[in-house]
Design a protein around this ligand. Structure first.
Ligand code: 13P
Ligand code: SF4
Length: 352
C-alpha cells in the first residue's frame, strides 16, 4: 500500500529540520515506507561500517532491529546517540542465546576439557552481551557476508569453534566453504543438560553449533525448492545462508542479502529467480528487475515481524522528537559490555 502522504511529508520535514545532525540507516528487510527515508541501506555488515563512518551525525536512527542498533552504538563515539524507532523491534534468533546460557555452555566445554582449544565466533545477530562474551574469549563476530573468513581466522587461533547463535549459518559455511562434513559438527542445545552432548562428542567435534535459527529463513523447506522448480522450469534458486542445510544444498546460489542483490543485478534479462530471504527485500527486487522474473521462494513464508515493527508512524515519531530536542528510544550499551564487544567487532572489521 502507498505510504500515508501526510506522514511522508512529516518525515521529510523532520529530516530537513535535523539536516546533517541525523543519519538514517535502513536494513534491506525494512518496509518500503521506511526504506525511502534511509540515507544508506545495507546488510548488517555494511550498516555497522556505515554507522562508524559518520562521526559528524549526532543521531543515528537505526531502521533495523535491536542487535543492529546495539552494534552501531558500540562502533560509534560516545557523543553519538543511536535511536531505534520501536524498542520492540528485536530478533527471535538473537533471543535464542542469553548471556547465562552461553556462560553455562562455556562451563560445559571447560568440564569436557575443550574450552581452551575452542574460540567463539558469534553472528552479528546476537545481543551485545554475547558479543562481549565473544570478545572476552578471544573470538570474533561475523555476518553472512564474511562468515567464511571469520571461520578461517578462528581455525587459525584454535582447533574448535563454538558458533552462535545461528546453527544454519555456521553449518552451511563450514560444509560448503571449508569442506567440513556434517559429522564434524555437533549441536549444543541450551535447554538440555550439558547441551545434550557427551564429553566425547565435544572432544570429537570441530564445530560446536548453538541451537538457534532465524524464524523467517528457517521456514523455507526442501518442498519450497521442489515446488518452485516444478512451477517455473529453469528457475535459479537463490537463498540466504540462514536457511536450513538441505535447502541451501538444493539451491543454485547462496549468499548474504548484499550478495543476493548483486547476483540479481548481474543476471541476464529473461532469467527466472526464486529468492529465499525476507519478503520486503524480495518484493523490491522483483519490482526493480522488470526484465527478469523474480519470485518469493515460498508464498507461505511471511515478513520478519520484528523488522516490520519499524513503520512510518514510529519513524516520524522518532524524527520529530529529535527535531524538537527530545531524545527517544536511545540504545546504549554499558561501558564494560561495550569494551569487550568492541574487541570482537573490531576483529571482524579487521578480517582480510
Ligand atoms: P544480513 O543483513 O547479514 O544478510 O543478515 C540477514 C538478517 O537476518 C538480518 O536480520
Ligand atoms: Fe532475526 Fe531472522 Fe528477523 Fe533477521 S530476519 S531480524 S535473523 S528473525
Amino acid at each position: 500500500a502507498p505510504s500515508d502522504p501526510d506522514l511522508v511529508e512529516r518525515a521529510r520535514a523532520a529530516k530537513r529540520r535535523l539536516g546533517d545532525r541525523v543519519f538514517v540507516l535502513g536494513h534491506h528487510y525494512q518496509r518500503d515506507e521506511v526504506i525511502q527515508f534511509a540515507d544508506v541501506t545495507g546488510d548488517s555488515f555494511k550498516l555497522a561500517r556505515d554507522a562508524a563512518a559518520r562521526p559528524e551525525a549526532e543521531y543515528i536512527v537505526f531502521c533495523g532491529v535491536h542487535f543492529m542498533a546495539e552494534s552501531a552504538d558500540i562502533l560509534t563515539s560516545d557523543a553519538q546517540q543511536v535511536i531505534l524507532p520501536d524498542l520492540a523491534a528485536g530478533c527471535s534468533m538473537a533471543d535464542m542465546a542469553t548471556a547465562e546460557q552461553v556462560a553455562e555452555c562455556w562451563d560445559v566445554l571447560t568440564d569436557a576439557g575443550v574450552a581452551d582449544r575452542t574460540v567463539p565466533v558469534s553472528y552479528m545477530n546476537s545481543s551485545a552481551d554475547i558479543k562481549a562474551f565473544t570478545g572476552a574469549h578471544g573470538g570474533t563476530i561475523c555476518t553472512s557476508s564474511n562468515a567464511r573468513r571469520a571461520l578461517e581466522w578462528a581455525y587459525g587461533q584454535a582447533e574448535k569453534v563454538l558458533f552462535l547463535p545461528d546453527q544454519h549459518l555456521g553449518r552451511n559455511t563450514a560444509v560448503r566453504e571449508l569442506g567440513f562434513s556434517l559429522e564434524d559438527c555437533v549441536v549444543y542445545n541450551p535447554h538440555r543438560p550439558n547441551g545434550g552432548l557427551t564429553p566425547e562428542q565435544l572432544r570429537d567435534a570441530r564445530l560446536i553449533l548453538w541451537r538457534g535459527h532465524c524464524s523467517v529463513h528457517g521456514r523455507f523447506s526442501l518442498d519450497s525448492v521442489r515446488d518452485v522448480r516444478e512451477r517455473i522450469p529453469g528457475v535459479n534458486v537463490l537463498v540466504h545462508p540462514e536457511c536450513r542445510h538441505e535447502v541451501v544444498a538444493a539451491a543454485d546460489h547462496v549468499g548474504s542479502t548484499e550478495h543476493i542483490i548483486r547476483t540479481l543485478d548481474a543476471a541476464p534479462a529473461g532469467s527466472a529467480w526464486a529468492v529465499g530471504t525476507e519478503l520486503n527485500l524480495v518484493r523490491r527486487l522483483s519490482r526493480a528487475h522488470q526484465d527478469k522474473q523474480v519470485v518469493f521462494l515460498d508464498r507461505t513464508v511471511c515478513f520478519c515481524s520484528t523488522m516490520n515493527r519499524i513503520d512510518l508512524p514510529h519513524l516520524v515519531w522518532a524524527l520529530e522528537s529529535l527535531a524538537d530536542g527530545r531524545v527517544v528510544n536511545r540504545i546504549q550499551v554499558d561501558a564494560e559490555t561495550e569494551a569487550n564487544a568492541k574487541l570482537a567487532l573490531e576483529r571482524m572489521l579487521a578480517l582480510p
